[in-house]
Structures are given as structure tokens and as C-alpha cells.
Design a protein around this ligand. Structure first.
Ligand SMILES: [Zn+2]
Length: 174
């Protein structure tokens, strides 16, 4: 196999830089003309590429500890426990809507609890921090840790998404 052939194969799998891709970061970082509005600005942020220092600058220390270090806030500390209005709970890291107030319920745990996330908003992985495996879940856009999901929730899903309130921002429906 020739080197040229190999590079072509690699590029097919996205493993070799193409000339156009090499220029992409510079173009990406440059704000588009008229990018003053919030949605346009949010759309160009590559959340997965932010460094720890970037996140520390964006978040409060409590948010950073949960979202980026998989910490857990103390129970009964979040004002969102008592939030009963209609609206959406957004990721405090990137503002992606994660849960509807329709799926919120009182679990008695002292953490905001939901029986289902919005479609495609969170992804899960298994963690072993407490020795017994737990299912961690995080925001699909910025990968910020939100909480753990358990199988003792109410109908219709039987799931309990136990969320850190500090990792959420509530947006009330007008
Ligand atoms: Zn996020």
C-alpha cells in the first residue's frame, strides 16, 4: 500500500487531517457577522473542547465541583427542590434543556427528582465511586455531570433521575 493510498484510507475514517479541516479551528473561533444574539453565540461554542480553566471561569465553585468533578451537593440544599412552577430545567453548564417540570416529582430525598429526561438530553455511564456500581448521567451537549439514575421511581418509567440542583437552571414557562 502506498503512503498516498494509506492517507486516503485514514481520511475516510476521519483519522488524518484534511487541508480544509486544518483551517477549521480558526474559522470556528471567529465570531460570525452579527453574532450578537445569544442563540448564535451558543451555537458556535464547542462545549466538548472547553478546558478545566475555561469551566472554572464560567461556573461557580459549587457548580464546577458537580458538573466537572462529579461531586454531589448536600441534600436539602437546592432551592429547586421546592420549585413547583411549569417550566424547564436547563444544564447550568451549557443551558441545554434537560428536564420538563412535567416529569418532576417529590422523591423525599432532598434532591430535585424526575422520572424522565427530555429526549436525547442526557447520556449515562456506570461509576464505581461508592463501590456498588451506580448509573451516572450527564448532559449530552457539554458532558457536565448531573446526577444518578435509579430504578425506584414512579410510573410511567419507574426511573428516578436524582439531580444536583446546583447543576440546573430553571426557566419558568411564561
Ligand atoms: Zn450541558
Amino acid at each position: 500500500m502506498t503512503r498516498r493510498h494509506l492517507m486516503k484510507l485514514l481520511s475516510l475514517f476521519g483519522l488524518a487531517p484534511l487541508a480544509s479541516q486544518a483551517q477549521a479551528p480558526a474559522a470556528f473561533a471567529k465570531p460570525a457577522a452579527g453574532a450578537g444574539s445569544a442563540p448564535a453565540a451558543a451555537a458556535v461554542t464547542d462545549w466538548r473542547k472547553l478546558t478545566a480553566a475555561d469551566w472554572q471561569a464560567r461556573l461557580t465553585p459549587a457548580q464546577y465541583a458537580v458538573l466537572r468533578r462529579e461531586g454531589t451537593e448536600s441534600s436539602h440544599t437546592s432551592p429547586l427542590n421546592a420549585e413547583k412552577r411549569r417550566g424547564a430545567f436547563h444544564c447550568a453548564g451549557c443551558d441545554l434543556p434537560l428536564f420538563s417540570s412535567d416529569a418532576k416529582y417529590e422523591s423525599g430525598t432532598g434532591w430535585p427528582s424526575f422520572y424522565a429526561p427530555l429526549s436525547g438530553a442526557v447520556a449515562t455511564k456506570t461509576d464505581f465511586k461508592m463501590i456498588i456500581p451506580r448509573t451516572e448521567y450527564h448532559c449530552t451537549r457539554c458532558a457536565g455531570h448531573q446526577g444518578h439514575v435509579f430504578n425506584d421511581g414512579p410510573r410511567p418509567t419507574g426511573k428516578r433521575y436524582c439531580n444536583n440542583g446546583v447543576a440546573l437552571r430553571f426557566e419558568v414557562t411564561a
